[in-house]
Design a protein around this ligand. Structure first.
Ligand code: GCO
Length: 451
């Protein structure tokens, strides 16, 4: 029921999201072994300005201060990820007590501040040792991920209720093994196809492991990168191309999890690559979810393009529109997406697990960081969440990407997404004006006219 004071239900989760490699630093401490992102970032030419996450926002040492900032904002939820190579440096085998201990303290620190932890098991930082044995293209990685999930759930499952198995498996599979712009940087369609299937299977196995190990009512889901896909024109060719693009970027992961099948048009196009599917896999992948996590930033406008292999579909930049440093700003797409997910897939609950805006923030002469454009972005997207909820769509929470400015993957530190500014030289934190705005929204709801 909506609380009269904010317009959002009183049990709505208001939070920020982060990921381990993007904020923690301390890459060689307390027994952590390298992940594929350590290897990738230390390969010259892969990352803007050859930057890396060796120190990042030094969250591993400053987590208490960071949780205080979250609490000061009034957040009642925090989504963070666990680094596989901190917990199992070799990817499997002996648990590194010091590594898992860090997350144990983090969970206690959140609970002590009245903040509900949302644990993501995999936000792209695959243990390098696992990659050396074949990585996600190898089916054996599924069992190793299950072992890792079990170890984490065994330790934290008495206090953590909300679990996200994978963050944006599309980028782990396609970005890492086909587009090559993400670790491990391969360009191999067969590897990407196998990797994607194994990511899905590992999601289901991990979900079951979490449910086995949890000592309370576990809520398990995954967070997908999803966009509102629209054809560039009403021509039949563009409409068909948009359908294929949607099948590739949205439905390739949605359909197996929510329906137990791959989109037919892709299965057909990818057939020449061979199939990683074994009997029983699709039933397993169809393991019921407690919620679906939606990472939304922008829409995709798509036209037919003969030159794009497999898909024959390409994204076009709209001529008119509003743009951030990375993408078009299109708030109605969030409503369109939530509405579509609700109608087409009937998830028990939706959570907006990421939404945010990159800016080149910098402190002004008074040491303040004024990020009005981010406030406008967030306000307009939240208004779309509210619009969806008014139509009866169950949205249980909203997580801003991100708490802190951090390491933005291939773009290094050139993009700032935080509600809190980080001066990477001194590691000083400055809450931006958006942090104060978010605090007010959590207390009082959206100001009138924020749509
Ligand atoms: C993502 C990522 C984040 C990015 C963010 C901005 O899940 O894509 O979770 O790691 O930093 O999306 O690009």
């Amino acid at each position: 029921m909506a609380s009269p004071s904010t317009g959002f239900p009183s049990d709505f989760f208001w939070g920020c999201a982060t990921s381990a490699y993007q904020i923690e630093g301390a890459v060689a401490e307390d027994g952590r072994a390298p992940s594929i992102w350590d290897t990738f970032t230390h390969t010259p030419g892969t990352i803007a300005a050859n930057e890396n996450g060796d120190v990042a926002a030094d969250h591993y040492h400053r987590w208490q201060e960071d949780l205080d900032l979250l609490q000061a904002m009034g957040a009642n939820a925090y989504r963070f990820s666990i680094s596989w190579p901190r917990v199992l440096p070799q990817g499997k085998g002996k648990v590194n007590a010091a590594g898992l201990g860090f997350y144990d303290r983090l969970v206690d620190g959140l609970l002590a501040r009245g903040i509900t932890p949302f644990v993501t098991l995999f936000h792209w930082d695959l243990a390098q040792a696992v990659q050396d044995r074949g990585g996600w293209p190898a089916r054996a990685t599924v069992a190793e991920f299950e072992e890792y999930a079990r170890a984490v759930a065994h330790r934290l499952g008495d206090r953590v209720t909300w679990w996200i198995t994978h963050n944006e498996p599309f980028f782990s599979g396609v970005g890492g093994y086909f587009l090559g712009n993400f670790a491990p940087g391969l360009v191999d369609p067969v590897a990407a196809l196998h990797a994607s299937h194994h990511l899905l299977l590992s999601h289901a196995r991990a979900a079951r492991a979490i449910r086995d190990e949890a000592r309370g009512p576990a809520k398990v889901g995954l967070a997908l990168s999803l966009s509102a896909v629209q054809p560039a024109s009403s021509s039949e060719a563009d409409v068909q191309a948009a359908g294929r693009f949607d099948a590739f970027t949205n439905r390739w992961f949605l359909d197996p999890v929510m329906r137990g099948e791959y989109p037919a048009e892709l299965a057909q196009r990818f057939a020449p690559l061979g199939t990683p599917i074994e009997p029983g896999d699709m039933q397993e992948i169809h393991e019921p979810l407690d919620f679906l996590g939606v990472n939304y930033y922008s829409r995709s406008i798509v036209r037919h393009d003969d030159a794009t292999p497999f898909l024959e579909a390409a994204q076009v930049k709209p001529e008119h529109g509003e743009f951030s440093l990375m993408w078009e700003v299109y708030p109605p797409g969030l409503f369109e997406l939530l509405d579509r997910l609700w109608r087409d897939y009937h998830p028990p609950l939706l959570l907006v697990t990421e939404n945010g805006m990159p800016l080149a923030d910098a402190p002004d002469g008074r040491g303040h960081v004024e990020d009005g454009e981010r406030i406008s972005y967030l306000a307009r997207h939240l208004a779309q969440v509210q619009r969806a909820m008014a139509r009866g769509i169950r949205v249980g929470g909203y997580f801003v990407w991100s708490l802190l400015d951090n390491f933005e993957w291939a773009l290094g530190y050139s993009m700032r997404f935080g509600l809190v500014y980080v001066d990477f030289a001194s590691q000083k934190r400055i809450p931006k004006s958006s942090a104060e705005w978010f605090h007010r929204v959590i207390q009082h709801g959206l100001p009138q006219g924020a749509s």
